[in-house]
Design a protein around this ligand. Structure first.
Ligand code: DC
Length: 224
């Protein structure tokens, strides 16, 4: 099958909108491959921190992204031989990922890598610019959103369940700062593609959101 004929479902949205869970489950249900594009920015950030790359040097950061020795094995993010799934979820890494994601050279360096995930029988791509920049001709584009309060509450529950302490006020402020940075940057800002289906998950369970995405995809497939 020609690459452009392989189905792609893009799922974009702000942090803690539930898109990771929804995208994963939709990929599982359909037997599709999965691209967690945020993980690529996080892997770049982690790699730059470990190599003591000058964080003010866009060109050097782009080189790190371009030569990222990354792979995904059984859902684990690998840097070389090391499983860094936990390490890339650290707050410091997430914050740096959000900063370097605003650099055009870094985004360009990760472009071809993201396209390479499009393989038969199909791909579910999770991110911020999957439907607007990376896969503008995707079969189905979803933009998942939820109020900042609903997202902060979800994050709060996740942290408490994992035994961490957390403050709702700090979480809300952090989410809002990250949203502002992701949506106001000049390049590939977080925004729904014009032809995206916007789903507000504030009052939906994960299962309801997954069902809605699968329903939309089935409708497209049947009309094709
Ligand atoms: O989805 P995430 O929180 O793992 O993403 C980490 C950072 O990477 C996030 O702050 C925004 C950035 N990102 C991006 O700019 N474009 C993407 N397609 C995915 C993530």
């Amino acid at each position: 099958m020609q690459q452009h004929a392989i189905p792609v479902i893009t799922i974009d949205g702000p942090t803690a909108s539930g898109k990771g869970t929804v995208a994963h489950r939709v990929a599982d249900e359909l037997g599709f491959h999965f691209l967690d594009s945020g993980a690529l920015y996080r892997l770049t950030a982690l790699s730059a921190l470990r190599r003591h790359t000058d964080l003010a040097d866009e060109h050097a950061l782009a080189k790190v992204a371009e030569h990222l020795p990354c792979s995904f094995i059984d859902g684990h993010a690998m840097l070389g031989e090391e499983n860094v799934s936990q390490a890339i979820r650290q707050e410091e890494v997430g914050n740096l990922a959000s900063k370097i994601a605003a650099l055009p050279a870094v985004r360009q360096a990760l472009y071809a890598l993201q396209l390479s995930f499009r393989k038969t029988p199909g791909l579910v791509a999770d991110g911020r610019d999957m439907g607007t920049v990376i896969f503008p001709h995707a079969t189905l584009k979803i933009f998942l959103t939820a109020s900042a309060e609903a997202r902060a509450e979800r994050r709060y529950k996740q942290l408490i369940e994992k035994g961490f302490s957390a403050s709702m006020e700090d979480l809300l402020a952090d989410l809002q700062a990250r949203d502002a940075r992701d949506s106001q940057r000049a390049i590939a800002p977080l925004k729904p593609a014009e032809d995206a289906h916007v789903i507000d998950t504030s009052h939906l369970t994960a299962n309801e959101a997954i069902f809605e995405v699968l329903r939309l995809y089935a409708r497209i497939k049947h009309s094709a």
